[in-house]
Design a protein around this ligand. Sequence first.
Ligand SMILES: Cc1cc2nc3c(=O)[nH]c(=O)nc-3n(C[C@H](O)[C@H](O)[C@H](O)COP(=O)(O)O)c2cc1C
Length: 180
Amino acid sequence: MTTVAIISGSPSHTSKTNRVAEWVSEQLQQLGHTVHFIRLRDLPAEDLLYAHSSSEPIAETHDWIRQSRAVIALSPVYKGSYTGILKAYLDLLPEKAFAGKLVVPIVTGGTIAHLLALEYALKPIFSILGAREILHGVFILDWTLGHDDEGRLVLSDDLLSRMEEVFQSISCATEKTVIG
Ligand SMILES: Cc1cc2nc3c(=O)[nH]c(=O)nc-3n(C[C@H](O)[C@H](O)[C@H](O)COP(=O)(O)O)c2cc1C
């Protein structure tokens, strides 16, 4: 089984991205993986803003990332890119914090016109952080996210099958680690 850090990078308290992140976390745990969930809006805002990388809550998340074989980073598209809170957080990570990790970007957005935010915004910073295994990633149009009568997130069949591919890659990452 794989240890996975999920970084949820929306500042919104009614965040669709965070709901997707929670759904991903539940699915991974049901598959037997260990999940460390990092909801950036819950970290001390002042520590993020003033780059206090040694603050205890932030240092704890760095440990979780160090212990993880895979990292799933989620962000809404804001102004054509990922969010400022995610940048503030990534700036505090140790150099090459993503080296040796499978990294998966998941982005929610209001228009397909900004699909390439995955490619030109997120993937380069993962690479700078040392990632060499970066999955294609998943772009989710916000209006395709539904919910059932009990308020649970409902994903389209197409989105579910793209998420399945992510889960399969995460399960294979374990095998590689065990064999290696
Ligand atoms: C400040 C702001 C800027 C946004 N800019 C874009 C954008 O440039 N392109 C886009 O496709 N969607 C944009 N959106 C829409 C969001 O990406 C989309 O609704 C997303 O699912 C919101 O996620 P959240 O609820 O987790 O914040 C923007 C939304 C906000 C609040």
